[in-house]
Design a protein around this ligand. Structure first.
Ligand code: CMC
Length: 427
Protein backbone atom coordinates (compact mmCIF):
# COMPACT_ATOMS: atom_id res chain seq x y z
CA UNK A 1 0.00 0.00 0.00
CA UNK A 2 1.06 3.63 -0.51
CA UNK A 3 2.59 5.44 2.47
CA UNK A 4 0.18 8.38 2.07
CA UNK A 5 -3.60 8.53 1.72
CA UNK A 6 -5.22 11.61 0.18
CA UNK A 7 -8.55 13.06 1.06
CA UNK A 8 -10.38 15.73 -0.97
CA UNK A 9 -12.85 17.82 0.95
CA UNK A 10 -14.56 21.00 -0.24
CA UNK A 11 -11.97 21.42 -2.98
CA UNK A 12 -8.95 21.05 -0.67
CA UNK A 13 -6.65 18.04 -0.59
CA UNK A 14 -5.10 16.54 2.54
CA UNK A 15 -2.47 13.84 2.93
CA UNK A 16 -2.35 11.34 5.78
CA UNK A 17 0.40 8.90 6.71
CA UNK A 18 -0.31 5.23 6.17
CA UNK A 19 1.26 3.09 8.89
CA UNK A 20 1.98 -0.59 8.32
CA UNK A 21 1.55 -3.28 10.94
CA UNK A 22 3.92 -6.28 11.11
CA UNK A 23 1.06 -8.23 9.56
CA UNK A 24 -2.54 -7.34 8.74
CA UNK A 25 -4.17 -4.20 7.38
CA UNK A 26 -2.34 -0.87 7.25
CA UNK A 27 -3.95 2.06 9.03
CA UNK A 28 -4.50 5.61 7.82
CA UNK A 29 -3.30 7.90 10.58
CA UNK A 30 -6.04 10.53 10.75
CA UNK A 31 -5.14 12.08 14.09
CA UNK A 32 -4.68 15.49 12.44
CA UNK A 33 -7.87 15.22 10.37
CA UNK A 34 -10.16 17.28 12.59
CA UNK A 35 -7.54 19.97 13.19
CA UNK A 36 -6.93 20.30 9.45
CA UNK A 37 -10.41 19.83 8.00
CA UNK A 38 -12.86 20.46 10.85
CA UNK A 39 -14.52 17.11 9.99
CA UNK A 40 -14.74 13.88 11.94
CA UNK A 41 -14.81 10.33 10.61
CA UNK A 42 -18.06 8.43 11.23
CA UNK A 43 -17.71 4.78 12.23
CA UNK A 44 -20.31 3.57 14.74
CA UNK A 45 -19.41 0.08 15.91
CA UNK A 46 -15.76 0.78 14.94
CA UNK A 47 -15.99 -1.47 11.88
CA UNK A 48 -13.12 0.39 10.16
CA UNK A 49 -11.30 1.92 13.10
CA UNK A 50 -8.07 0.82 14.77
CA UNK A 51 -8.45 2.29 18.25
CA UNK A 52 -4.87 1.64 19.34
CA UNK A 53 -1.51 0.14 18.46
CA UNK A 54 -0.91 -3.24 20.11
CA UNK A 55 1.64 -6.06 20.12
CA UNK A 56 -0.46 -8.61 21.99
CA UNK A 57 -2.97 -10.42 19.75
CA UNK A 58 -3.44 -10.70 16.01
CA UNK A 59 -6.54 -11.99 14.24
CA UNK A 60 -6.92 -12.68 10.54
CA UNK A 61 -10.67 -13.08 10.31
CA UNK A 62 -10.73 -14.21 6.65
CA UNK A 63 -8.18 -16.97 7.22
CA UNK A 64 -9.45 -17.91 10.68
CA UNK A 65 -6.08 -17.20 12.34
CA UNK A 66 -5.56 -16.14 15.96
CA UNK A 67 -2.06 -15.43 17.29
CA UNK A 68 -1.03 -14.42 20.80
CA UNK A 69 2.34 -12.65 20.69
CA UNK A 70 2.80 -14.48 17.37
CA UNK A 71 1.95 -17.98 18.63
CA UNK A 72 -1.05 -19.73 17.01
CA UNK A 73 -3.91 -20.42 19.40
CA UNK A 74 -4.04 -24.08 18.35
CA UNK A 75 -0.40 -24.59 19.49
CA UNK A 76 -1.00 -22.80 22.77
CA UNK A 77 -4.19 -24.79 23.42
CA UNK A 78 -2.49 -28.10 22.66
CA UNK A 79 0.97 -27.59 24.14
CA UNK A 80 0.87 -24.76 26.65
CA UNK A 81 -0.97 -24.07 29.90
CA UNK A 82 -3.19 -21.19 30.95
CA UNK A 83 -0.53 -19.90 33.35
CA UNK A 84 2.06 -19.92 30.59
CA UNK A 85 -0.36 -18.19 28.19
CA UNK A 86 -1.08 -15.58 30.89
CA UNK A 87 2.66 -14.91 31.27
CA UNK A 88 3.02 -14.68 27.50
CA UNK A 89 0.19 -12.17 27.16
CA UNK A 90 1.46 -10.07 30.04
CA UNK A 91 5.20 -10.13 29.29
CA UNK A 92 5.41 -10.67 25.53
CA UNK A 93 7.58 -13.82 25.53
CA UNK A 94 7.22 -17.42 26.64
CA UNK A 95 8.80 -17.78 30.10
CA UNK A 96 11.99 -19.69 30.90
CA UNK A 97 11.54 -22.47 33.46
CA UNK A 98 12.57 -20.20 36.35
CA UNK A 99 10.44 -17.28 35.09
CA UNK A 100 7.49 -19.64 34.86
CA UNK A 101 8.07 -21.03 38.36
CA UNK A 102 8.34 -17.52 39.82
CA UNK A 103 5.19 -16.41 38.00
CA UNK A 104 3.05 -19.37 39.13
CA UNK A 105 4.40 -19.00 42.67
CA UNK A 106 3.55 -15.28 42.67
CA UNK A 107 0.05 -15.92 41.35
CA UNK A 108 -0.52 -18.65 43.94
CA UNK A 109 0.46 -16.21 46.72
CA UNK A 110 -2.39 -13.88 45.73
CA UNK A 111 -5.26 -16.39 45.50
CA UNK A 112 -6.87 -15.52 48.83
CA UNK A 113 -9.39 -12.72 49.20
CA UNK A 114 -9.51 -10.20 52.00
CA UNK A 115 -11.68 -11.96 54.60
CA UNK A 116 -14.11 -9.04 54.75
CA UNK A 117 -15.04 -9.70 51.13
CA UNK A 118 -16.84 -12.87 52.23
CA UNK A 119 -19.26 -10.63 54.15
CA UNK A 120 -19.69 -8.54 51.03
CA UNK A 121 -21.09 -11.60 49.22
CA UNK A 122 -23.76 -12.02 51.85
CA UNK A 123 -25.27 -8.69 50.81
CA UNK A 124 -26.37 -10.19 47.50
CA UNK A 125 -29.67 -12.00 47.02
CA UNK A 126 -29.25 -15.76 46.81
CA UNK A 127 -30.62 -15.76 43.26
CA UNK A 128 -28.26 -12.99 42.09
CA UNK A 129 -26.67 -13.73 38.72
CA UNK A 130 -22.99 -14.57 39.37
CA UNK A 131 -21.98 -11.97 36.74
CA UNK A 132 -23.75 -9.33 38.85
CA UNK A 133 -21.77 -10.52 41.87
CA UNK A 134 -18.58 -10.55 39.82
CA UNK A 135 -19.06 -6.93 38.63
CA UNK A 136 -19.62 -5.83 42.22
CA UNK A 137 -16.88 -7.82 43.91
CA UNK A 138 -14.16 -7.07 41.34
CA UNK A 139 -14.99 -3.35 41.46
CA UNK A 140 -14.89 -3.57 45.26
CA UNK A 141 -11.31 -4.94 45.20
CA UNK A 142 -10.19 -1.33 44.76
CA UNK A 143 -11.58 -0.65 48.24
CA UNK A 144 -9.42 -3.44 49.72
CA UNK A 145 -6.10 -3.24 47.89
CA UNK A 146 -5.11 0.43 48.07
CA UNK A 147 -1.44 -0.47 47.78
CA UNK A 148 -1.85 -1.42 44.10
CA UNK A 149 -4.02 1.35 42.70
CA UNK A 150 -1.32 3.90 41.83
CA UNK A 151 -1.26 3.40 38.07
CA UNK A 152 1.84 5.58 37.62
CA UNK A 153 3.94 2.99 39.48
CA UNK A 154 4.87 0.01 37.25
CA UNK A 155 5.41 -2.21 40.31
CA UNK A 156 1.91 -1.48 41.63
CA UNK A 157 0.48 -2.08 38.17
CA UNK A 158 2.07 -5.53 38.09
CA UNK A 159 0.92 -6.34 41.64
CA UNK A 160 -2.65 -5.37 40.67
CA UNK A 161 -2.37 -7.52 37.52
CA UNK A 162 -1.17 -10.53 39.54
CA UNK A 163 -3.90 -9.97 42.10
CA UNK A 164 -6.62 -9.82 39.45
CA UNK A 165 -5.42 -12.99 37.68
CA UNK A 166 -4.99 -14.83 40.99
CA UNK A 167 -8.20 -13.77 42.72
CA UNK A 168 -10.59 -14.24 39.83
CA UNK A 169 -10.99 -18.04 40.33
CA UNK A 170 -11.63 -17.47 44.05
CA UNK A 171 -14.20 -14.75 43.30
CA UNK A 172 -15.91 -16.89 40.62
CA UNK A 173 -16.04 -20.01 42.81
CA UNK A 174 -17.41 -18.01 45.74
CA UNK A 175 -20.16 -16.55 43.52
CA UNK A 176 -21.15 -20.12 42.65
CA UNK A 177 -20.97 -21.41 46.21
CA UNK A 178 -23.08 -18.50 47.41
CA UNK A 179 -25.78 -19.22 44.82
CA UNK A 180 -26.12 -22.85 45.96
CA UNK A 181 -25.80 -22.13 49.65
CA UNK A 182 -22.59 -24.10 50.25
CA UNK A 183 -19.66 -22.84 52.34
CA UNK A 184 -16.85 -21.01 50.61
CA UNK A 185 -13.64 -22.99 50.20
CA UNK A 186 -10.27 -21.33 50.69
CA UNK A 187 -7.76 -21.77 47.86
CA UNK A 188 -5.33 -24.69 47.97
CA UNK A 189 -2.04 -23.46 46.54
CA UNK A 190 -0.64 -26.96 46.15
CA UNK A 191 -2.97 -27.36 43.17
CA UNK A 192 -2.62 -25.86 39.70
CA UNK A 193 -4.44 -22.61 38.90
CA UNK A 194 -7.22 -24.56 37.19
CA UNK A 195 -7.25 -27.51 39.62
CA UNK A 196 -7.60 -25.07 42.50
CA UNK A 197 -10.54 -23.40 40.77
CA UNK A 198 -12.28 -26.75 40.20
CA UNK A 199 -11.80 -27.67 43.85
CA UNK A 200 -13.09 -24.33 45.14
CA UNK A 201 -16.13 -24.72 42.86
CA UNK A 202 -17.05 -28.37 43.21
CA UNK A 203 -15.36 -29.40 46.46
CA UNK A 204 -16.90 -29.23 49.92
CA UNK A 205 -15.07 -28.80 53.25
CA UNK A 206 -16.46 -32.13 54.49
CA UNK A 207 -14.64 -34.24 51.89
CA UNK A 208 -11.38 -34.41 50.06
CA UNK A 209 -11.71 -33.27 46.45
CA UNK A 210 -9.65 -35.12 43.85
CA UNK A 211 -9.01 -33.14 40.68
CA UNK A 212 -9.71 -35.17 37.53
CA UNK A 213 -6.73 -34.53 35.20
CA UNK A 214 -8.87 -34.79 32.03
CA UNK A 215 -11.33 -32.18 33.31
CA UNK A 216 -8.49 -30.03 34.62
CA UNK A 217 -6.80 -30.09 31.21
CA UNK A 218 -10.07 -29.37 29.38
CA UNK A 219 -10.86 -26.47 31.70
CA UNK A 220 -7.33 -25.11 31.34
CA UNK A 221 -7.70 -25.27 27.57
CA UNK A 222 -11.03 -23.43 27.74
CA UNK A 223 -9.28 -20.72 29.75
CA UNK A 224 -6.50 -20.49 27.13
CA UNK A 225 -9.09 -20.17 24.34
CA UNK A 226 -10.75 -17.26 26.13
CA UNK A 227 -7.60 -15.51 27.36
CA UNK A 228 -7.49 -12.62 24.88
CA UNK A 229 -9.07 -11.55 21.64
CA UNK A 230 -7.65 -8.24 20.46
CA UNK A 231 -9.77 -5.06 20.72
CA UNK A 232 -13.19 -6.65 21.30
CA UNK A 233 -15.98 -4.77 23.12
CA UNK A 234 -14.95 -5.65 26.69
CA UNK A 235 -11.23 -5.11 26.08
CA UNK A 236 -11.97 -1.75 24.48
CA UNK A 237 -14.12 -0.97 27.52
CA UNK A 238 -11.21 -1.80 29.84
CA UNK A 239 -8.90 0.40 27.75
CA UNK A 240 -11.40 3.27 27.64
CA UNK A 241 -12.05 3.10 31.38
CA UNK A 242 -8.29 2.87 31.99
CA UNK A 243 -7.55 5.81 29.71
CA UNK A 244 -9.05 8.17 32.28
CA UNK A 245 -6.57 6.93 34.90
CA UNK A 246 -9.15 4.80 36.74
CA UNK A 247 -7.69 2.07 38.95
CA UNK A 248 -7.25 -1.41 37.43
CA UNK A 249 -9.90 -3.13 39.59
CA UNK A 250 -12.53 -0.60 38.46
CA UNK A 251 -11.41 -1.01 34.83
CA UNK A 252 -11.72 -4.81 34.92
CA UNK A 253 -15.16 -4.50 36.57
CA UNK A 254 -16.18 -2.33 33.59
CA UNK A 255 -14.87 -5.03 31.23
CA UNK A 256 -16.90 -7.68 33.06
CA UNK A 257 -20.05 -5.57 32.69
CA UNK A 258 -19.47 -5.28 28.96
CA UNK A 259 -18.67 -8.96 28.56
CA UNK A 260 -22.01 -9.91 30.13
CA UNK A 261 -24.06 -8.95 27.05
CA UNK A 262 -25.48 -11.77 24.87
CA UNK A 263 -23.75 -10.43 21.75
CA UNK A 264 -20.39 -10.86 23.53
CA UNK A 265 -19.46 -13.19 26.42
CA UNK A 266 -23.07 -13.85 27.32
CA UNK A 267 -23.42 -15.81 24.06
CA UNK A 268 -22.16 -19.06 25.63
CA UNK A 269 -25.05 -19.05 28.08
CA UNK A 270 -27.46 -18.03 25.32
CA UNK A 271 -26.08 -20.73 23.00
CA UNK A 272 -26.65 -23.54 25.48
CA UNK A 273 -30.14 -22.23 26.35
CA UNK A 274 -30.87 -22.21 22.61
CA UNK A 275 -29.61 -25.80 22.16
CA UNK A 276 -31.78 -26.90 25.07
CA UNK A 277 -34.77 -25.07 23.62
CA UNK A 278 -34.26 -26.79 20.27
CA UNK A 279 -33.95 -30.05 22.22
CA UNK A 280 -34.02 -32.57 19.37
CA UNK A 281 -32.45 -32.76 15.94
CA UNK A 282 -35.83 -32.82 14.13
CA UNK A 283 -36.61 -29.28 15.38
CA UNK A 284 -33.45 -27.74 13.88
CA UNK A 285 -35.02 -26.68 10.54
CA UNK A 286 -37.61 -24.60 12.40
CA UNK A 287 -34.83 -22.67 14.18
CA UNK A 288 -32.74 -22.29 11.03
CA UNK A 289 -35.81 -20.79 9.34
CA UNK A 290 -36.31 -18.41 12.26
CA UNK A 291 -32.66 -17.31 12.15
CA UNK A 292 -33.08 -16.48 8.46
CA UNK A 293 -36.39 -14.65 8.88
CA UNK A 294 -35.82 -10.87 8.72
CA UNK A 295 -38.96 -10.29 10.79
CA UNK A 296 -37.82 -12.57 13.61
CA UNK A 297 -35.15 -11.17 15.97
CA UNK A 298 -33.92 -14.73 16.71
CA UNK A 299 -30.25 -15.41 15.88
CA UNK A 300 -28.32 -18.64 16.08
CA UNK A 301 -26.32 -18.02 19.23
CA UNK A 302 -22.69 -19.08 19.00
CA UNK A 303 -22.72 -18.31 15.28
CA UNK A 304 -21.20 -15.36 13.46
CA UNK A 305 -18.46 -12.98 14.44
CA UNK A 306 -17.53 -9.39 13.69
CA UNK A 307 -13.99 -10.34 12.69
CA UNK A 308 -14.05 -14.02 11.70
CA UNK A 309 -15.51 -14.59 8.26
CA UNK A 310 -14.21 -18.14 8.44
CA UNK A 311 -14.27 -20.87 11.09
CA UNK A 312 -13.30 -19.41 14.47
CA UNK A 313 -10.06 -21.34 15.25
CA UNK A 314 -11.11 -21.48 18.90
CA UNK A 315 -14.35 -23.26 17.98
CA UNK A 316 -12.38 -26.10 16.34
CA UNK A 317 -10.35 -26.74 19.50
CA UNK A 318 -13.52 -26.38 21.56
CA UNK A 319 -15.32 -29.03 19.51
CA UNK A 320 -12.42 -31.47 19.99
CA UNK A 321 -12.37 -30.74 23.73
CA UNK A 322 -16.13 -31.35 23.90
CA UNK A 323 -15.60 -34.82 22.39
CA UNK A 324 -12.87 -35.61 24.94
CA UNK A 325 -14.82 -34.38 27.96
CA UNK A 326 -18.10 -36.09 27.04
CA UNK A 327 -16.26 -39.34 26.40
CA UNK A 328 -14.33 -39.15 29.67
CA UNK A 329 -17.45 -38.34 31.67
CA UNK A 330 -19.50 -40.90 29.79
CA UNK A 331 -22.07 -38.20 29.09
CA UNK A 332 -24.43 -38.90 26.23
CA UNK A 333 -26.09 -35.53 26.04
CA UNK A 334 -28.59 -35.09 23.19
CA UNK A 335 -27.78 -31.37 23.04
CA UNK A 336 -24.30 -32.29 21.74
CA UNK A 337 -26.02 -34.11 18.85
CA UNK A 338 -28.20 -31.04 18.31
CA UNK A 339 -25.08 -28.83 18.28
CA UNK A 340 -23.21 -31.02 15.78
CA UNK A 341 -26.22 -31.35 13.48
CA UNK A 342 -27.06 -27.66 13.70
CA UNK A 343 -23.48 -26.83 12.75
CA UNK A 344 -23.60 -29.17 9.75
CA UNK A 345 -26.92 -27.78 8.50
CA UNK A 346 -25.91 -24.15 8.99
CA UNK A 347 -22.54 -24.63 7.28
CA UNK A 348 -24.32 -25.85 4.14
CA UNK A 349 -27.20 -23.38 4.22
CA UNK A 350 -27.00 -20.62 1.61
CA UNK A 351 -27.92 -17.85 4.09
CA UNK A 352 -25.07 -18.74 6.47
CA UNK A 353 -22.60 -19.46 3.68
CA UNK A 354 -23.29 -16.17 1.92
CA UNK A 355 -23.02 -14.14 5.15
CA UNK A 356 -19.94 -16.14 6.22
CA UNK A 357 -21.48 -17.15 9.51
CA UNK A 358 -19.47 -19.91 11.22
CA UNK A 359 -19.52 -21.34 14.75
CA UNK A 360 -17.64 -19.12 17.18
CA UNK A 361 -15.90 -19.93 20.48
CA UNK A 362 -19.20 -19.92 22.34
CA UNK A 363 -20.94 -22.57 20.28
CA UNK A 364 -19.39 -25.64 21.91
CA UNK A 365 -18.09 -24.22 25.19
CA UNK A 366 -21.51 -24.46 26.86
CA UNK A 367 -21.82 -28.16 26.01
CA UNK A 368 -18.49 -28.85 27.76
CA UNK A 369 -19.13 -26.62 30.75
CA UNK A 370 -22.56 -28.13 31.26
CA UNK A 371 -21.09 -31.66 31.14
CA UNK A 372 -18.48 -30.66 33.75
CA UNK A 373 -21.31 -29.52 36.00
CA UNK A 374 -21.46 -25.74 35.68
CA UNK A 375 -24.90 -24.12 35.57
CA UNK A 376 -25.42 -21.87 32.52
CA UNK A 377 -25.28 -18.75 34.70
CA UNK A 378 -21.60 -19.52 35.40
CA UNK A 379 -20.52 -19.72 31.75
CA UNK A 380 -19.86 -16.03 31.24
CA UNK A 381 -18.16 -15.90 34.64
CA UNK A 382 -15.63 -18.46 33.38
CA UNK A 383 -15.10 -16.36 30.26
CA UNK A 384 -14.47 -13.30 32.47
CA UNK A 385 -12.05 -15.28 34.66
CA UNK A 386 -9.94 -16.25 31.65
CA UNK A 387 -10.27 -12.93 29.80
CA UNK A 388 -8.91 -11.09 32.85
CA UNK A 389 -5.41 -12.08 31.69
CA UNK A 390 -5.99 -10.41 28.33
CA UNK A 391 -7.61 -7.38 29.93
CA UNK A 392 -4.70 -6.79 32.30
CA UNK A 393 -2.15 -7.32 29.51
CA UNK A 394 -3.98 -4.80 27.28
CA UNK A 395 -4.42 -2.36 30.16
CA UNK A 396 -0.70 -2.55 31.03
CA UNK A 397 0.25 -2.04 27.41
CA UNK A 398 -1.95 1.04 27.20
CA UNK A 399 -0.73 2.62 30.44
CA UNK A 400 2.93 2.07 29.47
CA UNK A 401 2.41 3.70 26.07
CA UNK A 402 3.91 7.23 26.17
CA UNK A 403 1.41 8.37 23.51
CA UNK A 404 -1.56 7.25 25.58
CA UNK A 405 -4.40 9.78 25.86
CA UNK A 406 -7.84 9.68 27.42
CA UNK A 407 -10.25 8.05 24.95
CA UNK A 408 -12.75 10.61 23.76
CA UNK A 409 -14.79 9.76 20.65
CA UNK A 410 -16.82 12.50 18.97
CA UNK A 411 -20.20 12.31 17.26
CA UNK A 412 -22.37 13.31 14.35
CA UNK A 413 -24.87 15.59 16.07
CA UNK A 414 -28.39 15.40 14.62
CA UNK A 415 -30.36 16.91 17.52
CA UNK A 416 -32.03 20.31 17.88
CA UNK A 417 -30.00 23.42 17.14
CA UNK A 418 -29.80 26.18 19.75
CA UNK A 419 -33.20 27.40 20.95
CA UNK A 420 -34.52 29.47 23.86
CA UNK A 421 -35.96 27.99 27.01
CA UNK A 422 -39.75 28.28 27.27
CA UNK A 423 -41.30 28.42 30.80
CA UNK A 424 -43.64 25.50 31.51
CA UNK A 425 -46.83 27.64 31.48
CA UNK A 426 -46.10 28.80 27.94
CA UNK A 427 -45.39 25.34 26.37
N1 CMC B 1 -27.80 -15.85 13.22
C1 CMC B 1 -28.46 -15.39 12.14
N2 CMC B 1 -28.06 -14.32 11.40
C2 CMC B 1 -26.95 -13.69 11.78
C3 CMC B 1 -26.19 -14.11 12.90
C4 CMC B 1 -26.66 -15.23 13.61
N3 CMC B 1 -25.97 -15.67 14.70
N4 CMC B 1 -25.12 -13.29 13.04
C5 CMC B 1 -25.19 -12.39 12.06
N5 CMC B 1 -26.29 -12.63 11.30
C6 CMC B 1 -26.69 -11.87 10.10
C7 CMC B 1 -27.31 -10.53 10.49
O1 CMC B 1 -28.71 -10.63 10.61
C8 CMC B 1 -26.89 -9.66 9.34
O2 CMC B 1 -27.76 -9.91 8.25
P1 CMC B 1 -28.10 -8.72 7.20
O3 CMC B 1 -26.78 -8.32 6.58
O4 CMC B 1 -29.04 -9.38 6.24
O5 CMC B 1 -28.70 -7.63 8.01
C9 CMC B 1 -25.49 -10.19 8.96
O6 CMC B 1 -25.49 -11.57 9.38
C10 CMC B 1 -24.34 -9.45 9.63
O7 CMC B 1 -24.60 -9.41 11.02
P2 CMC B 1 -24.24 -8.16 11.95
O8 CMC B 1 -25.06 -8.21 13.19
O9 CMC B 1 -24.30 -6.90 11.13
O10 CMC B 1 -22.74 -8.49 12.25
P3 CMC B 1 -21.89 -7.96 13.48
O11 CMC B 1 -20.49 -8.08 13.09
O12 CMC B 1 -22.37 -6.61 13.92
O13 CMC B 1 -22.26 -8.98 14.66
C11 CMC B 1 -22.22 -10.79 16.17
C12 CMC B 1 -21.44 -10.01 15.10
C13 CMC B 1 -21.27 -11.77 16.87
C14 CMC B 1 -22.75 -9.83 17.24
C15 CMC B 1 -23.39 -11.55 15.50
O14 CMC B 1 -22.90 -12.48 14.54
C16 CMC B 1 -24.28 -12.25 16.52
O15 CMC B 1 -25.19 -11.63 17.08
N6 CMC B 1 -24.04 -13.58 16.79
C17 CMC B 1 -24.76 -14.30 17.80
C18 CMC B 1 -24.19 -13.96 19.16
C19 CMC B 1 -22.83 -14.63 19.40
O16 CMC B 1 -22.66 -15.80 19.15
N7 CMC B 1 -21.88 -13.83 19.95
C20 CMC B 1 -20.57 -14.34 20.34
C21 CMC B 1 -19.47 -13.76 19.53
S1 CMC B 1 -17.89 -14.58 19.79
C22 CMC B 1 -17.50 -14.38 21.45
C23 CMC B 1 -17.45 -12.97 21.92
O17 CMC B 1 -17.11 -12.05 21.17
O18 CMC B 1 -17.71 -12.75 23.08
Amino acid sequence: MADKASLSLNGDSFDYDVKPGTVGPDVIDIRKLYGQTGAFTFDPGFTSTASCESKITYIDGDQGILLHRGYPIEQLAEQSSFMEAAYLLLHGELPSKSEFDTFTYTISRHTMLHEQLATFYRGFRRDAHPMAIMCGVVGALSAFYHDSTDITDPHQRMVASHRLIAKMPTIAAMAYKYSIGQPFLYPDNSLSYTGNFLRMTFGVPAEEYVVDPVIERAMDRIFILHADHEQNASTSTVRLAGSSGANPFACIAAGIACLWGPAHGGANEAALNMLREIGTVDRIPEYIARAKDKNDPFRLMGFGHRVYKNYDPRAKVMQKTANEVLEKLGVDDPIFDVARELEQIALKDEYFVEKKLYPNVDFYSGVILSAIGFPTSMFTVLFALARTTGWVAQWNEMISDPDQKIGRPRQLYTGATQRDYVPVGQR
